[in-house]
Design a protein around this ligand. Structure first.
Ligand SMILES: Nc1ncnc2c1ncn2[C@@H]1O[C@H](COP(=O)(O)OP(=O)(O)OP(=O)(O)O)[C@@H](O)[C@H]1O
Ligand SMILES: [Mg+2]
Length: 365
């Protein structure tokens, strides 16, 4: 039997219709309209072929990746390719308080709590025969983790205040930018649920590790903006593309997408030059790999340990501020293991300083 993935690209010259091959060879944006996912990077092709394989099953998928790496887009692609007749129902577990989330997910009976003036169908039921996308699963409370485990094991939901369980046929996709294994170790996430969720884990590499993708995506987003602004001649100079490619993109594809939109709107020239890009992009390039201490020492001498300590603190807080508090990304920026960075932060008592610098960055945006 031959079957084609629904996103397959049809052209006279193409005989292979698999996801990875579609992505590997053909990059023009208009050809990927079903999933909207663009990539030319080998690591992402591997991810996409896992996505393609798992899409047609009912297996639970756990999508991991830093903020802005496309987790939601992948969830949509999996649902689109699943052939399931029901809807894709998204739930942001991090944005909804526990009590409300419980009734959102599982529904409730009339009068089951103050304010429950009528009964309500939960999102699991709404996703029957379809897919539920549990975003920011790492934020789910222990109580709801237990209830979710039951749904995954028995495919039944128990509405709040009801004595009767409802059968559901729902495919579960969960996503998080947290290190869930770490959350399990810290006792904040149930180990049994973790294993139930990560039947098929899909880890999205950060943009800085996707070779060639910054240029590809930047041009794709620019073409989209150019069409929107009715300025088809908008383009990037080679140097501006090089500058974009050399930045580390802590906010990943979302950061790139927003930046391109802003630059396209503001650009007076048709060809966008490197000088039009925000300074922080090229500052990163100018950062020496081993910053040199070039100050003469005062006659009275220095406190060596205190100076080294200050320098370390500054490096750590700067890295965290640049990565919006993301320890994994900050560790990468510093060339450290994540665990080494976490230990240093603890030992130096830097947690509160970090919060302040990440918050003040947010406010400046
Ligand atoms: N490979 C890609 N090709 C084209 N657009 C992409 C790609 N990956 C992500 N995007 C776009 O980048 C933006 C961020 O993607 P998405 O919301 O899926 O990320 P996320 O990982 O869910 O982020 P967060 O963790 O912050 O919720 C979206 O506008 C999405 O359409
Ligand atoms: Mg998301």
């Amino acid at each position: 039997m031959t079957h084609e993935a629904p996103f397959a690209i049809h052209s006279e010259s193409q005989s292979n219709t698999g996801f990875a091959s579609s992505f590997g060879l053909r990059m023009s944006p208009e050809k990927n309209t079903l999933t909207g996912i663009m990539t030319g990077c080998g690591e992402m092709h591997k991810v996409m072929s896992v996505v393609e394989k798992v899409a047609r099953t009912r297996s639970t998928v756990l999508i991991l990746g830093e903020s802005g790496t496309g987790k939601e887009l992948i969830a949509k692609a999996i649902h689109a390719m699943s052939g399931r007749s029901g809807k894709l129902v998204p739930v942001n577990c991090g944005a909804i308080p526990e009590e409300i989330l419980e009734s959102e997910l599982f529904g409730h009976e009339k009068g089951s709590f103050t304010g429950a003036v009528s009964s309500r169908v939960g999102r699991f039921q709404l996703a029957d025969n379809g897919t539920i996308f549990l975003d920011e699963i790492g934020e789910m409370s222990p109580k709801l983790q237990v209830k979710l485990l039951r749904v995954l094991q028995e495919r039944k939901v128990d509405p709040v205040g009801s004595t009767r369980s409802i059968d559901v046929d729902v495919r579960v996709i969960a996503a998080t930018n947290k290190d869930l294994a770490e959350e399990v170790k810290a006792g904040r996430f149930r180990e049994d649920l973790f294993y139930r969720l990560q039947v098929v884990p899909v880890t999205l590499p950060p943009l800085r590790e996707r070779e060639g993708d910054v240029e590809l995506l930047a041009q794709h987003f620019l073409e989209r903006q150019a069409a929107e602004l009715n300025r088809p001649e908008l383009s990037f100079s080679n140097e501006s593309l090089r500058t974009l490619a050399s930045y580390n993109w802590p906010g990943n594809i979302r950061e790139l997408e927003n930046l391109v939109e802003r630059i396209a709107i503001l650009s007076e020239s048709d060809e966008i030059q490197a000088e039009q890009l925000p300074e922080y992009l090229s500052q990163v390039i100018r950062l020496p790999s081993s910053p040199v201490f070039d100050m003469a020492l005062p006659q009275i001498g220095v406190d060596f340990n205190a100076l080294v300590d200050d320098y370390e603190n500054k490096l750590i807080t700067t890295a965290l501020s640049q990565t919006g508090g993301n320890k994994k990304a900050a560790a990468k920026l510093l060339g450290l293991n994540r665990t080494t960075l976490v230990e240093k932060i603890k030992k130096k008592g830097l947690e509160s300083k970090i919060e302040v610098c990440v918050m003040s960055d947010d406010m400046a945006m």
